[in-house]
Design a protein around this ligand. Sequence first.
Ligand SMILES: NC(=O)c1ccc[n+]([C@@H]2O[C@H](COP(=O)([O-])OP(=O)(O)OC[C@H]3O[C@@H](n4cnc5c(N)ncnc54)[C@H](O)[C@@H]3O)[C@@H](O)[C@H]2O)c1
Length: 317
Amino acid sequence: MSEFTKVTRVALVGSGFVGSSYAFALFNQGLAAELVIIDANRPKAEGDAMDLNHGLPFASNMRIWAGDYSDCKDADLVVITAGANQAPGETRLDLIGKNARIFQSIVQSVMESGFNGLFLVATNPVDVLTYATWKYSGLPASRVIGSGTILDTARLRYLLGERLEVDPRNVHAYIMGEHGDTELPVWSNVSIGGQPLADYRKTHGQPTDEELNRIFINVRDAAYHIIERKGATYYGIAMGLARLTKAILKNENSVLSVSTLLTGEYGLEDVYLGVPAVVNRQGIRDLYELHLTDEEKQKLHHSASVLKEAIASIFPS
Ligand SMILES: NC(=O)c1ccc[n+]([C@@H]2O[C@H](COP(=O)([O-])OP(=O)(O)OC[C@H]3O[C@@H](n4cnc5c(N)ncnc54)[C@H](O)[C@@H]3O)[C@@H](O)[C@H]2O)c1
């Protein structure tokens, strides 16, 4: 294909709850010209492609089809949402064994197509599987991105916005670390419309420490609460993946909390975990290293050590 006829193509691997919700978000936002859907359950991919195509008269033009790995050759972005999800009571790290095996074959098949774009991974445990995708693909780490704490960060911004009666888009706050039980809120860097949360609390005498802690626990345990009620979570993450797709394909240089390889930042290396990073058409452009308190640093290191142990279960040194 010449550079004049090249159109943006997203390949989605895994069209379950998360994948099909992402496809719907991508289509509604008109973020790519082509979407190819690949799933081990071929009829599911075909059904989703048919169903989405029937929405074409109501949306922007997009070519959507159920395909196979050879279609990844011309993809700008491969988004992986394939694999098992958490059963009630199961942690994300419990999924490692099942999903690592699936990933080895998926990433190998994508690379054999001649793919030369970016990977975006959402399957859990996302930090470990993004690391695995980086290793299996041989691509530079900047081109292998995990959804990381993008959803946890969104949940924190939503709950803080609700508590303070402020549009969540004006709440700057991050959850960092594992997308899972050891994640942490970075309270020291929260600002509301530019005002540091610490200043706001001094003036207003609230939210109290206890309230903030309750908000964080709600964020950390949100997936468990949703899974108990409806079996899976998918709309929030699908919108987060669409947001990341937009930042990548439209070369936005957006600061988003994603899972990326640390190479000395925060005193950590050889681990993928959620940190704020600048995302554009090349993938991860930069990491803005936040100034953390000693307690936050210690929690981040704990999260990294749990992830490193999980990574070592797939890639023993
Ligand atoms: N990162 C996040 O914030 C976040 C949020 C929610 C869910 N998730 C994760 O996303 C993943 C998917 O969740 P879901 O609810 O969509 O699950 P699901 O079971 O509904 O869908 C998984 C899909 O993957 C397909 N699949 C399985 N093995 C495959 C293979 N080898 N090749 C191609 N396709 C294959 C299945 O056929 C199925 O359609 C889970 O790991 C879940 O934990 C991540």
